[in-house]
Design a protein. Structure first.
Length: 302
């Protein structure tokens, strides 16, 4: 008796200081894939008990000695998954705080098969919505919905795409890793395909109450909330944007223009309205400086 389609998927989950919630997330994940690889990315906190629980459930655990960034952790997991006896056809990349709905992987596999039947060369398959928000879309080919740049969590990647264009770009460390893979796939003639009915639950930054000159903004009596990321992330967002622009602006000019405008619009909004603006702005400016200098990898303290 042959494999069911979902058994052809190996999920790779990146972990950093995981809490006990990861065990439940991985248990749910195991119901939808053939094999799970959990990669501890050099967590400074003691999480050996959690990792041992994952191993007792049947997950393969990879322990990295130092923090290597999201691309490095996922690449280590992808290598381990592809060396496993399950011999996966697809890799599903996951963050530790993401949760799949029932039937999620079946929906992504179905979208992949329809796209192939429609003559689309598939580089990745992404969900139609993330935490209730629609995924970026880029038109359609027949009845296949094409996506813009995805987020890496919940992303289904055919192993043949990895064989063709390689693994994730570790020099970026974090932020922009998924974008770079998407752009590289597009340059190679591969598409990002959407599974419109698939939904992923995933944390998309923190929501804070907007304020101006110390006064909270509450139109109609309801506090206005805006989404921010941790201050240190703005270094990587702005540095890596410049690194990717240097690599892809000629082949992807529309992406280049839209991305720059979106980043600086977001920075202007959170600088004006969100607390912690000083650290956030300093982090972004340091990223711009290092991006122009062509510096990559983990940020070196100065």
């Amino acid at each position: 008796m042959g494999k069911v389609p979902e058994d052809n998927i190996a999920a790779v989950v990146s972990l950093y200081n995981p809490d006990a919630g990861v065990v439940a997330h991985c248990a749910a994940l195991m119901e939808q894939v053939g094999h799970v690889v959990a990669v501890d990315d050099g967590s400074p906190n003691d999480c050996q008990g959690i990792l041992a629980q994952l191993e007792s459930m049947g997950a393969q655990v990879v322990r990295l000695r130092r923090n290597s960034g999201i691309a490095g952790a996922l690449n280590a997991g992808i290598r381990a998954a592809r060396e496993h006896a399950s011999n996966p056809v697809f890799i599903l990349t996951m963050d530790q705080d993401s949760l799949l709905e029932p039937g999620y992987t079946a929906k992504l596999l179905a979208a992949h098969e329809v796209a192939r039947a429609n003559g689309v060369t598939v580089g990745m398959v992404a969900p139609g919505s993330i935490s209730g928000l629609p995924t970026r879309r880029r038109g359609a080919h027949k009845d296949t919905l094409l996506g813009g740049e995805p987020i890496q969590s919940g992303l289904l990647i055919p192993c043949e795409a990895l064989d063709s264009i390689g693994l994730l770009m570790e020099e970026l460390f974090i932020d922009g890793v998924d974008t770079e893979f998407y752009l590289r796939a597009r340059d190679a003639g591969m598409e990002s395909v959407l599974a419109p009915e698939a939904r992923l639950e995933h944390a998309l930054g923190s929501m804070v109450v907007a304020s101006l000159f110390g006064i909270k903004i509450a139109p109609g009596g309801r506090p206005l909330r805006i989404r921010t990321a941790a201050s240190y992330r703005y270094y990587y967002v702005f540095r890596n944007r410049l690194l990717l622009l240097r690599k892809y602006w000629r082949t992807q000019p529309a992406w280049a223009l839209k991305g720059v405008l979106a980043d600086y619009r977001h920075l202007a909004i959170v600088t004006a309205l969100a607390p912690g603006r000083g650290k956030r702005l300093a982090s972004a400016l340091a990223g711009v400086r290092d991006g122009f200098a062509g510096i990559s990898g983990q940020r070196t303290p100065r």
